[in-house]
Design a protein around this ligand. Sequence first.
Ligand code: XIL
Length: 396
Amino acid sequence: MSNYFINNGANKGMLIVAAVATALSFSQCTPKQTATVSSVPNTTPQADISKGLKDYFNDDFLMGVAVSSRSIRTDSALIIKEFNSVTAENDMKVGIIHPAENRYNWKNADDIVAFAERHHIKIRGHNLLWHKQGADWMFVGPDGKPASKELVLQRLRDHIHTVVGRYKGKMYVWDVVNEAIDDGPDSTVMYRESSPWWTTFKSPEFIEAAFRYAHEADPSAKLYYNEFNSERPVKREKIFKLLKKLKADHVPIDGVGFQAHWTVDRPNAEQIRKALDEVISLGLEVQFTELDITVHTKPAEITPGKPLVDPGYTPEVEAKQIAKYKMVFDIFRQYRKHIKAVTFWNVSDRGSWLDSRGGGSAGDPIPSPPVFLKAYPLLFDVNNQRKKAYWAVVNN
Ligand code: XIL
């Protein structure tokens, strides 16, 4: 795959992505810089540039970012200046930290924890149970057949005790269970039934067990249920039902993570408020755990042989994104009593996980064949500079 820019001479970049449907390897594909689309400088006269996001929101909530063992080196200055909470983007997920029954990969997670401690940054643990980036071995029995419920529970307990135990007292939050609710439109299908967790248990027993194990392993960490598309009415009600059940069963749950993988078009303010109100009504705290707002309302698709034209971060999408960021932070501030942290998913538009998903949001189908399209979803641009959306958010 090759991607390249045509400079049209104006203050605008045209990215032509010539996609070859086969042989796409996005891990090797470094996004090139887009041309700056606006001549307005990324600062405003009233801005105090000595402050970072964490200072602007000091009285409201923590400001966080997803990091990797690489970005804590390459982007350390920005991370230290702007944020007071970090989440490991991948390095604490089961399949990565615990890839085989008797093997743990601590190095990257340890590096992130050490970096955060060195700079007095708080750490969210992410995550202990998910249907993706998990460990296949957990579900295979000694005879090579599907493992029994009892064996899977014992492995889950061992995993949680070992990981949460290692970082005991160092994590202020753990995302205990991630995305266990069905994402489809059918309100009668409550749980994600294609997940190996569901196929093993056929009941939400694993969800409750994970919270109890995490609480045993570190009673001081706040324990969260983390989910995406939580503002969509049908899914919102399914999540609400689960939360009510967990509370009724005295499961040690403290909070709910709204992933907040959003687009410039969705969700709307009313949907966000409604979802917040429901969670708060149960006495749970809230974090926005993976915020990004892609400029694309759906992922790009490729017609083989046809180049995909990406207009880049145009003034039109910039204006829509600024308005959206302003709207959501207005709400965050209004709910500051209940919101403990807002975490961005990735550091800057230089590299977002959405870029290799055709620029679409979580929950959107991933284009096949894969399409690389920049999503420009964050508050820092491709040069790690503050965008106008940054100033709209801090000055509102
Ligand atoms: C994503 C990472 O950003 C990617 O690097 C990885 O390839 C897939 O996972 N919901 C979550 C996060 O809870 O852990 C996901 O992170 C994004 C969706």
